[in-house]
Design a protein around this ligand. Structure first.
Ligand code: PGA
Length: 260
């Protein structure tokens, strides 16, 4: 067992393009907040669509629940129709920003863009959740190389001074949006965590790598959360579809809280 220095686990609730109305969003936030506030060992980060961030930010109280954004503009400021800057997010009280989610990469975010966004977020003193993960696996294990390239192109050595705010979310695309039995198993995940730590050590050195949280995302449900959190050395989860159901995400939060 490797010992990680992070005692508190992190659960990111990524709502993606849901729900449809502000009312539903506020209700979901309230319910999750109620459960999350009782838990000592978990930091819960709710990432609603930007359009609801302002209202939700007003309701945020206390330290156990944070709000996050699902993406940020690669541009700092100016005439960029439809974009939302890191300064705008910061002004709302956003403490976390997801960068390089596979669904953003599929819409055009290259490794270079992901690096630029990561730098902007870290420069602003906000925690960045850098998503990485292979599309598929084959017998020859090329996905290890792919993953190393993805990490190194974004989390590059010039960011070393700011990486206390860096979180890595390992999200293999083949496991996203499915069910618990199609997600990764705990021993394969453990292998990936060790590999990611090794890559981070190559870039930033061992001390910094040890301190960097590595999360897992991809069909995390109540059914697999317990096994994954106990047997893979991850520091938490990035949860998609299950985070839209207050009861289900609360169960995951409790399982993780109890896993200490
Ligand atoms: P999922 O999504 O939990 O629905 O698989 C995870 C993600 O894409 O972040």
């Amino acid at each position: 067992m490797i010992k990680t220095s992070q005692s508190k686990k992190i659960i990111i609730a990524n709502w993606k393009m849901n729900p449809k109305t502000a009312n539903e969003a506020l209700n979901l936030f309230d319910s999750v907040k109620k459960s999350a506030e009782k838990l000592k060992n978990v930091q819960t980060v709710i990432c609603p669509p930007d359009i609801f961030l302002g209202e939700i930010a007003k309701k945020k109280r206390g330290k156990k629940v944070s709000i996050g954004a699902q993406d940020v503009s690669v541009m700092k400021k100016g005439a960029f129709t439809g974009e939302i800057s890191v300064a705008m997010l910061k002004n709302l009280g956003v403490e976390y920003v997801i960068v390089g989610h596979s669904e953003r990469r599929a819409l055009g975010d290259s490794n270079e863009i992901v690096y630029e966004k990561l730098k902007l977020v870290l420069d602003a003193g906000i925690k960045a959740i850098l998503c990485v993960g292979e599309k598929e696996r084959n017998e020859t294990g090329e996905y290890f190389e792919f993953l190393a390239r993805q990490i190194k192109s974004a989390a590059s050595a010039d960011l070393k001074g700011k990486i206390k705010n860096l979180i890595i979310a390992y999200e293999p695309i083949w496991a996203i949006g499915k069910t618990a039995d199609e997600a990764i198993d705990a021993s394969s995940l453990h292998e990936m965590v060790l590999f990611i730590k090794k890559v981070l050590t190559e870039i930033f050195g061992k001390t910094a790598a040890d301190k960097t949280s590595v999360l897992y995302g991809g069909s995390v449900e109540n059914e697999n959360a317990d096994d994954l959190i106990k047997n893979s050395e991850i520091n938490g989860f990035l949860v998609g579809h299950e985070s839209l159901d207050a009861e289900k995400i609360s169960e995951i939060l409790e399982v993780v809280n109890e896993s200490q």
